[in-house]
Design a protein around this ligand. Structure first.
Ligand code: PLP
Length: 207
């Protein structure tokens, strides 16, 4: 039977993308009494948090916070920008890119997986030149979005998102660039505005 009372003793020193070690001062802050979620204090705190998040994503655009895991953020990014039947170019970098593609299929999108064959594919980040080549061949602009996992947690390989944007621009293709930086944000360099990303998804429980 699963023991739900299990609580590992002591500090965790294994630094993996999640569960992440939480600094003591944050753990202590979580023991404060809750504040009125309709009161002025909460409103002021919320605005401060949203402004701070903008600095982390390196964006001047609005950041949306809502309760879901990273998987929920994947879904929100796809269903709020695309429609069933839309073709989507997704890059196979590893396990999480594969799960995102399966979700796209379940949502009625038509994902095309680009990547190197077999195990070789999981040893490399997204290759921008291959994305550019595929987009150039799509002269009717059927492909509505390019989806890339910034830091592929399953392999530890990070993709060059700026290079992907450059390749998309060089191909003169209007597809949206949607990036998962669920385990990358705040640990690997990430720049939503400068890199020309249209939608970035992340999660608070990872890096
Ligand atoms: C890169 C990446 N994308 C998506 C997910 C899914 O996030 P969650 O487990 O919070 O649903 C994870 C989880 O580890 C991840 O590492």
């Amino acid at each position: 039977m699963l023991n739900l009372n299990f609580h590992p003793a002591g500090r965790h020193f294994l630094t993996i993308p999640g569960p992440s070690p939480v600094p003591d001062r944050l753990l202590r802050a979580m023991s404060y009494p809750t504040i009125d979620h309709r009161g002025p204090e909460f409103g002021a705190l919320g605005l401060k948090v949203l402004a701070g998040l903008g600095q982390i994503f390196k964006t001047r655009h609005p950041v949306v916070v809502y309760p879901a895991s990273g998987t929920g953020a994947w879904e929100a990014a796809l269903v709020n920008t695309l429609s069933p039947g839309d073709a989507v170019l997704m890059y196979e970098t590893g396990h999480f890119a594969s799960l995102w593609k399966k979700m796209a299929e379940r949502l009625g999108l038509e994902p095309e997986f680009l990547g190197l064959p077999g195990a070789e594919g999981w040893r490399h980040g997204a290759q921008a030149d291959r994305i550019g080549e595929r987009l150039r061949a799509d002269s009717s602009h059927r492909i509505k979005a390019v989806c890339v996992v910034h830091n592929e947690t399953s392999t530890g390989v990070t993709s060059d998102i700026a290079a992907v944007r450059k390749a998309m621009d060089a191909a003169g293709h209007p597809a949206l660039l949607i990036v998962d930086t669920i385990s990358g944000l705040a640990s690997a360099d990430y720049r939503h505005d400068e890199w020309g990303v249209d939608v970035t998804v992340s999660g608070s429980q990872k890096a």
